[in-house]
Ligand binder design. Structure first.
Ligand SMILES: [Fe+2]
Length: 198
């Protein structure tokens, strides 16, 4: 959070001060057991920094977009190829998350339009596209760069890939951001992970 305040963007919404709908609160509870729930919560928080008026569909998509990784049987991220060559994995990851989230939303009795919007957003969270999809993708990148700063070291320690390949994941997450204000906020976070390899 400290790095974020060095940017020209407004301070994030203080925890507990923002208006959260019952469905958003339920989503926070649903994702809590996931090992990287912090990344999902920070994606929602970055979304609100980038767009304080973000819709409920965007906030719920931000909070849930990676949830398939919580459930066994998902696709594996092949770290022997470059991030640019991992788009098949990302498509399957996005489709699987979208399926879990839409099933959960139906169980909650959510409105059909909201479910359709959340599905569309999650399916596009790796690629962006429409304005709201670009927002979600940028918030995901910012949260990744912020929360997963030690991921390259962890992947290298686990023998999954070289430290350089791990840092390349951050490079890709940084470069895919299309919103200028989000890129500006991401720059110091990307520099921070690069410095760990120096
Ligand atoms: Fe993510």
């Amino acid at each position: 959070m400290g790095d974020r305040r060095r940017t020209a963007l407004p301070a994030p919404v203080a925890a507990g001060d923002d208006v959260v709908t019952p469905l958003e609160a339920a989503a926070e509870e649903w994702i809590a057991p996931y090992w990287n729930a912090e990344h999902l919560r920070q994606t929602r928080d970055w979304l609100l920094v980038l767009e304080p008026e973000a819709s409920e569909a965007l906030r719920i998509a931000a909070l849930t977009h990676d949830i398939e990784r919580h459930f066994p049987g998902g696709p594996a991220n092949d770290l022997s190829v470059s991030p640019e060559d991992g788009m098949d994995y990302r498509r399957v990851h996005s489709e699987r998350s979208s399926a879990f989230v839409s099933g959960w939303l139906r169980e909650q009795g959510a409105d059909a339009q909201l479910i359709a919007d959340v599905q569309r957003l999650i399916l596009a969270h790796e690629t962006g596209g429409a304005d709201d999809e670009d927002l979600l993708q940028a918030a995901d990148s910012l949260s990744f760069l912020e929360v997963n700063v030690d991921l390259p070291e962890r992947w290298a320690a686990e023998g999954r890939c070289s430290l350089e390949r791990g840092i390349d994941q951050h490079r890709w997450m940084f470069e895919r951001i299309s919103l200028p204000r989000a890129r500006e906020a991401a720059q110091p976070l990307y520099e921070r992970v690069q410095a760990r390899a120096a």
